[in-house]
Ligand binder design. Structure first.
Ligand code: ADP
Ligand code: MG
Length: 712
């Protein structure tokens, strides 16, 4: 089986080098990949009607004989129009295609064609606008097997340079040759859950006989994918359970001193989760824990406590975060709070390298101090897993806002441990996130990992007052920002990337792989907004600017000034999205707020309302959306996530790409039973064959999944 399906697409005669490149850009390299490139939906053209029965503004399918073909150029509007007229016994109808001049050659007078599309009326002329078309072979009998019309027609995900028509043309003939291959799922599983067999499912998902059949096929493939993901994570879990870690005793008096030294009392949720984490770390089996808590719930302190306990016991901690700004902030907080405890904290980023007792030092100094164990807690970006970084006794890894659980990062960090022990030990792992992940997704991607919720906010937090600002409210909103600042507060102003940026980027990459559109538009927007606000709107205030293209040193300086209150208003891209903590900031203003996702908006809003001041979130938008209204109604991340799920579906909310999972699977995550079934099926197999050594085909697929889901 593998030999046939793993055949490269370049061996398919219809796929030339240009198409091959486009397909490969989507990760489609083999026949199997192509067969697993599923349509997102189907257009129902299964019933053909008489031309006389066509109705304006309705979509339908008709069949007739071509009466005439012509091509018109409208020079002024840079348009070419291909026009044909077809007829059947009941009448005639025109069909027009715009800017597809090559089409004229596809039609000949007297040919029988099937057209499927919408009948429109413009200036008293009626025509089918850009219909799908297909030549019908008249010699054949009634059982003509149509591809693009006269059936449920598959529509594939939109991608520049790869039309659904072309994909249908290439995939359809493959179905006959490849679908009688063995099923990748175990027989017992197929029978137990009454799934459609593989070959049948491949046919039905691309060219279904009915929508029911398509649904059955989709369900089967969602299950298949989930099953292999489960096999992969559960097998990984079994492997992890056999690893050993340093057992770090919990030093109760130390923990008590630490909590007493804080300017606030821990919340109950913080106490419970810290205790659980410290207890986990007392075992000689590595901890694998995800700490999930809404923005502002106080995850950092929980992590700090565990790192302090490890440091005082003579072990090192690596704390990895997504941005340099966040690393700097954590470094400062750790240095300050841990000073009385005599723990050396260090920071290692591309530009920022320092340790708490000496301040800024060279990178090589930081590396040296980490290597000989002088740094107890090393904070940094992914610079931490680059060459040359090593630890003397790394026993604990913390990841903040990484969107991924981080087993790989831990492994990368542990690789350079200098421990002399015979057995290679695995550091304990604590991964922290504010992303509210639904349980079914957590089960799927994180396997059996331990989940702790920080489901309580520190006392005294005021709810951030959220308002939508329409164009006519802009002046008043600016005045409000000014008055807050005059009262001693500070404000953020976030700018979106320009609309269409993402698509532009995709196209650009497709046609010019070297093009770099990352954030360029957003930077431009920030610069313009900065000009406007500093010169026209708030010439009396100190306005600062922050974006991803600035040098690390500049960014740091701006954040430092903002922190000290020297900057009143900070105009920024979404770089401030994660983790930044400035208690004196009381206003989060967001330009073009409808262009951001709910989760992101919630993250922005979480940047304010952290101190004792009443705080505000101003959503500037000309287009108030349901998403924005949801933000007015809910202030809890989990409730918002559910709302978002309802409005947009899981694929968009959690981003399939981010988790390395196909849309099909993301959509099926709402089906808790399917997730449970796949999990049970995987567990059943692993209980008999924990390493899968007796199931080579399953193992091969698991390895592929691992590769895909772990590529950052
Ligand atoms: P997040 O969970 O979003 O990472 P942080 O750890 O950054 O949140 O904490 C947000 C703010 O709340 C910080 O300024 C922190 O000092 C403060 N904080 C943490 N725990 C408490 C508490 N129990 N009471 C009051 N403030 C707290
Ligand atoms: Mg945080």
């Amino acid at each position: 089986m593998p030999s046939k399906l793993s055949q490269e697409i370049k061996n398919i005669p219809k796929i030339g080098p240009a198409y091959q490149a486009r397909l490969e850009h989507l990760g489609i390299k083999t026949v199997k990949d192509l067969l697993y490139h599923f349509p997102t939906r189907y257009e129902d053209f299964s019933t053909r009607i008489n031309i006389a029965d066509l109705k304006v503004e309705e979509t339908a399918c008709v069949q007739g004989i071509v009466e005439s073909v012509k091509m018109v150029r409208v020079w002024k509007r840079h348009l070419t129009i291909t026009e044909i007229v077809i007829s059947d016994e009941t009448g005639k109808v025109k069909a027009l295609w715009f800017n597809q001049p090559y089409l004229a050659g596809s039609f000949k007078k007297g040919m029988t064609v099937c057209l499927a599309g919408k009948l429109v009326e413009r200036k008293s002329s009626r025509y089918l606008s850009n219909p799908m078309y297909e030549k019908v072979n008249d010699s054949a009998d009634d059982e003509i097997d149509l591809t693009h019309t006269g059936r449920l027609v598959p529509i594939y995900p939109q991608t520049a340079g790869l039309s659904s028509r072309w994909l249908r043309y290439v995939i359809k003939p493959l179905l006959a040759n490849y679908t009688n291959l063995p099923d990748p799922l175990p027989n017992a599983t197929i029978t137990a859950y009454e799934f459609m067999p593989w070959g049948e499912a491949v046919k039905q998902i691309h060219f279904p006989e009915s929508l029911d059949a398509a649904r059955g096929a989709r369900k089967r493939f969602a299950f298949e994918e989930l099953f292999f993901i489960q096999l992969s994570v559960l097998r990984e879990r079994i492997r992890l359970n056999n690893e050993r870690a340093d057992a770090i005793a919990m030093d109760l008096p130390l923990i008590q001193d630490f909590t007493k030294s804080l300017p606030f009392r821990l919340t109950e949720a913080q106490r419970v989760s810290s205790y659980r984490i410290l207890k986990d770390m007392e075992k000689n089996q590595p901890m694998n824990r995800l700490l999930q808590g809404d923005v502002g719930s106080g995850k950092t302190i929980v992590a700090m406590m565990a790192a302090l306990n490890a440091a005082k016991a003579g072990y090192q901690t690596a704390f990895m975060v997504p941005t340099e700004i966040l690393a700097t902030q954590h470094y400062e907080t750790f240095s300050k709070i841990l000073k009385p405890f005599g723990v050396e904290t260090g920071i290692l980023c591309a530009k920022h390298t320092a340790v708490s007792s000496f301040g800024q030092v060279s990178k090589s100094t930081v590396l040296e101090l980490a290597k000989n164990g002088k740094i107890g807690i090393l904070i940094g970006t992914n610079a931490l897993i680059q060459k040359g970084v090593s630890f003397k006794k790394l026993a604990f890894v913390i990841l903040d806002e990484q969107h991924r659980f981080g087993v790989e990062q831990r492994a990368a960090l542990a690789k350079n441990n200098q421990t002399k022990k015979k057995e290679k030990l695995t550091p304990h792992l604590l991964s922290m996130t504010a992303t509210p992940i639904p349980r079914s997704l957590a089960l799927t991607i994180y396997g059996d990992l331990d989940l702790t919720l920080l489901d309580e906010m520190p006392k005294g937090r005021k709810i951030v007052e959220t308002k939508i600002i329409k164009p006519d409210g802009r002046a008043a909103a600016y005045e409000f920002i000014r008055s807050e600042i005059k009262n001693g507060r500070q404000a953020f102003m976030v700018c979106p990337r320009i609309e269409g940026d993402e698509e532009e980027k995709r196209d650009a990459i497709l046609f010019d792989p070297k093009a770099d559109y990352s954030g360029a538009e957003a930077v431009k927007a920030v610069k313009e907004e900065y000009e406007k606000l500093s010169k026209e709107v708030f010439p009396d205030l100190c306005v600062g600017m922050l974006h991803g293209k600035m040098k690390a040193g500049e960014k740091q300086e701006v954040m430092e000034k903002f922190k000290q209150g020297a900057i009143d208003l900070l105009v920024s891209t979404s770089v401030i999205e994660v983790g930044i903590d400035i208690p004196n900031a009381s206003i989060m203003a967001i330009e073009g707020s409808h262009k951001f996702g709910l989760a992101q908006l919630h993250q922005f809003r979480g940047r304010v309302g952290r101190g004792e001041h009443q705080s505000y979130c101003l959503l500037f938008s000309d287009y108030p959306t349901r998403r924005l209204s949801a933000l007015l109604k809910y202030d809890n991340g989990f409730e918002l996530a559910e709302k978002d799920l309802e409005i947009r579906g899981p694929g968009e909310v959690f981003g399939s790409q981010q988790w390395g999972m196909p849309d099909l699977v993301m959509a099926s995550l709402a089906d808790v039973f399917l997730v449970e079934k796949s999990r049970n099926a995987a567990k059943g197999i692993l209980s008999r064959d924990p390493t899968l050594e007796n199931h080579p085909q399953l193992l091969e697929r698991v390895k592929q999944i691992k590769q895909r889901t772990h590529l950052e």
